[in-house]
Design a protein around this ligand. Structure first.
Ligand SMILES: Cc1ncc(COP(=O)(O)O)c(C=O)c1O
Length: 393
């Protein structure tokens, strides 16, 4: 028998960029060991509990033996029906629950699998940059080539399709977009979505709109669905999540809606990878989708207070950022003379605040850091106090 054995990883793993939080985690750990009181604004994971009505629905369903068997691949008909009803109510979009809705194990799962259904080696996928890192990783896993679409402040963090070389447009199979946007907090209106439909239909590109944050918006602003735009369903799908809308990140349930052929192909991949979402969780999801506006408004009011508190403190410290209309992220330009990483280190060392360096979301995120508003107001007050002690003007 050989004494040594070399474990060689596949190229697709080696190609992945370094783990976004690794370096920051190391520094954070060092500070914690020194006894520093750390305020972690790095990760966007809602701190508020899942509403008890949803938890109770789960408790009721967990005792029902019919949920103990393999769930259906596409998702429970009742869950898909609830999604279609929610879409009608919320966006005025009609969906056939039979073939235009598919249950996902969180939207991340669907986003990660969709390139496998359409992308062959060397095909191009259009990926926003900065962006949710899964678009890029999923493209690489499928053997595709990401072509990055810079999201720049001067374009209101929307991609400029006219800057994509014609040869790249020809090779492009999929386009990812995400509004309200993580990490920039930018929003898009139906004019932008119309341009997306025009561009995608000209080049026959499948559109995957990641709509994880449509329900996290402030001052009465109601983000639109990509599917509200005429022609969108002929070429695209929308990924949705119960995670951010109902404080259910740990439950792992989401869905994708829209073009039936796209959904069918993604479903085919999934039948070979997973066996659906636990039935009791889908029943809780049905309860969640019945939530009324008033209940949801209370959660949004909490985020809005946090946003106003932190934006005010950051402005007072001389930092440049816009007050976001949606999402629970603040996208802050780093002061002159610092890189994203250097400024993240400074915030950690001088104020004990963990931020996410913008370059972790792609090269066009350089020059920014992201702060998340998913911790309680008392801790944010403390963060604000510490920030006020730092002056960048
Ligand atoms: C832009 C975006 N899309 C999708 C997801 C995935 O959400 P989930 O898998 O919990 O539905 C996240 C999570 O942070 C996100 O920020």
């Amino acid at each position: 028998m050989r004494k040594t054995f070399t474990v060689v990883r596949a190229k697709r793993i080696e190609e992945l960029p370094p783990y976004l939080f690794a370096e920051i985690d190391r520094k954070k750990q060092e500070m914690l060991e020194k006894g520093v009181d750390i305020i972690d604004l790095g990760i966007g994971d809602p701190d508020l509990p899942t509403p008890s009505r949803i938890v109770e629905a789960m408790k009721r369903s967990i005792g029902d033996p019919s949920t103990h068997r393999y769930p259906s691949y596409r998702g429970m008909p009742e869950f898909r029906q609830a999604v279609a009803q929610w879409y009608r109510r919320r966006f005025g979009v009609d969906l056939d629950p039979t073939d235009e809705v598919l249950t996902l194990i969180g939207s991340k799962e669907g986003i990660a699998h969709v390139p496998l259904a359409f992308v062959d080696p060397h095909d191009v996928v259009l990926v926003p940059n900065p962006g949710y890192p899964v678009y890029r990783a999923a493209t690489l896993f499928a053997g595709g080539v990401p072509h990055f679409l810079p999201l720049l402040k001067e374009n209101a963090f929307l991609p400029d399709f006219s800057r994509i070389p014609p040869a790249t447009c020809q090779k492009a199979i999929l386009l990812f977009i995400n509004y309200p946007n993580n990490p920039t907090g930018a929003v898009a209106d139906s004019e932008f979505f119309k341009k997306v439909v025009e561009f995608a239909s000209e080049h026959e590109i499948i559109v995957c709109h990641d709509a994880a944050y449509t329900e996290v918006a402030y001052e009465g602003y109601r983000p639109t669905s990509f599917l509200e735009v005429e022609g969108a369903k002929t070429l695209g799908v929308e990924f949705h999540s119960l995670s951010k809308t109902f404080n259910m990140t740990g439950w792992r349930v989401g869905f994708v809606v829209g073009n039936a052929e796209v959904i069918d192909a993604l479903g085919k991949i999934k039948t070979n990878v997973d066996s659906g979402v636990f039935g009791a969780i889908q029943r809780a999801g049905i309860e969640a989708l019945k939530s009324d506006e008033v209940e949801h408004r209370k959660v949004l009011d909490i985020y809005q207070r946090r946003r106003d508190l932190m934006v005010g403190a950051l402005w007072d410290a001389g930092l440049e950022l816009e007050k976001p209309k949606a999402t629970f992220y603040l996208w802050i330009a780093v002061p002159k003379g610092y890189t994203s990483t250097e400024f993240t280190t400074l915030l950690l060392q001088e104020a004990g605040i963990v931020a996410t360096p913008g370059n972790g979301f792609g090269e066009y995120g350089e020059g920014y850091v992201r702060l998340s508003l998913t911790i309680d107001e008392e801790r944010l007050q403390e963060a604000a106090k510490r920030l006020k002690g730092l002056k960048f003007r």
